[in-house]
Design a protein around this ligand. Structure first.
Ligand SMILES: C[S@@+](CC[C@H](N)C(=O)[O-])C[C@H]1O[C@@H](n2cnc3c(N)ncnc32)[C@H](O)[C@@H]1O
Length: 238
């Protein structure tokens, strides 16, 4: 009896060690991957971590639909989302020609950025490969939103990452994808606090659709909300 109990407790101790080592290895792998994504993204580490957290949230809540990113650039934030895909599909939209022309509503300073942020399709494929995602798990829709949104669309969207800065681009993204989003899905606006055009597009969209999102903020620019969520008296995970 004594021998069996001792053997059991030794086995238990070894299992705990293995779990700990496995946990540390996973954490190191996660951190190395995050670093790689940071190198191909304009987003801060905090915002990338929040993207992953929100993707896991919709997964935990079993919200149906695919993941969408509008404004891909070199693929850093897309790769973060791709790691949480599971059996979902990832839809990526970008012209890869840099920031399109602005309007007055985009605010002072915006026009100086026209033509900047020229992304790379090859970089996107490469980092997604590195994330362990295969080509059949994502669609890279290349061209101006105004064109690609007419041709390539998911049926349902569980998470929408809008990182497209300007009024016209953000309006097109919200008008196109929001109707495809079920309750519990998440919208992330990367530029809410940075570009006036993004903020204006959000408020105009809400006004047109009588939407009153419970807007959450992260750092100086990111904003996000969970569709249909009315208050924060219960945790986000419910
Ligand atoms: C700020 S960057 C995206 C950054 C990226 N998410 C990252 O992780 O670094 C904005 C991107 O949006 C794209 N974009 C903005 N408006 C667009 C439009 N109307 N059609 C296509 N691409 C657009 C630009 O080409 C640019 O690559």
């Amino acid at each position: 009896m004594g021998y069996v109990a001792e053997a059991d407790s030794a086995r238990g101790a070894w299992q705990s060690w293995f779990r700990l080592i496995e946990g540390v290895a996973l954490l190191m792998d996660d951190n190395a991957f995050l670093k790689k994504c940071r190198e191909k993204s304009l987003l801060s580490e905090g915002k990338l971590r929040n993207l992953a957290r929100l993707a896991r949230l919709v997964n935990r809540n079993e919200v149906p639909g695919d993941f969408v990113e509008c404004g891909v650039f070199r693929g850093g934030s897309a790769a973060i989302l791709s790691r949480e895909l599971g059996s979902r599909h990832l839809w990526l939209y970008d012209s890869f020609e840099g920031m399109p022309p602005t309007e007055e509503i985009d605010g002072p300073g915006a026009k100086e950025c026209v033509g900047l942020c020229v992304g790379s399709e090859e970089d996107v494929h490469e980092i997604l490969r590195c994330a362990g995602v295969t080509q059949d798990q994502y669609d890279l829709c290349v061209g101006l939103f105004e064109e690609t949104f007419k041709k390539y669309l998911p049926n349902k969207v569980a998470l929408l990452h809008c990182d497209a800065d300007w009024y016209r681009s953000v309006s097109a993204v919200l008008d196109t994808f929001y109707p495809l989003m079920p309750p519990g899905s998440v919208v992330i606006l990367d530029d809410f606090g940075c570009w006036e055009g993004c903020r204006e597009a959000f408020y105009d969209f809400c006004f047109r659709n009588n939407e009153k999102p419970l807007l959450e903020r992260l750092e100086y620019d990111q904003a996000y909300w969970i569709k249909g969520r009315k208050h924060n008296r219960t945790p986000e995970g419910i």
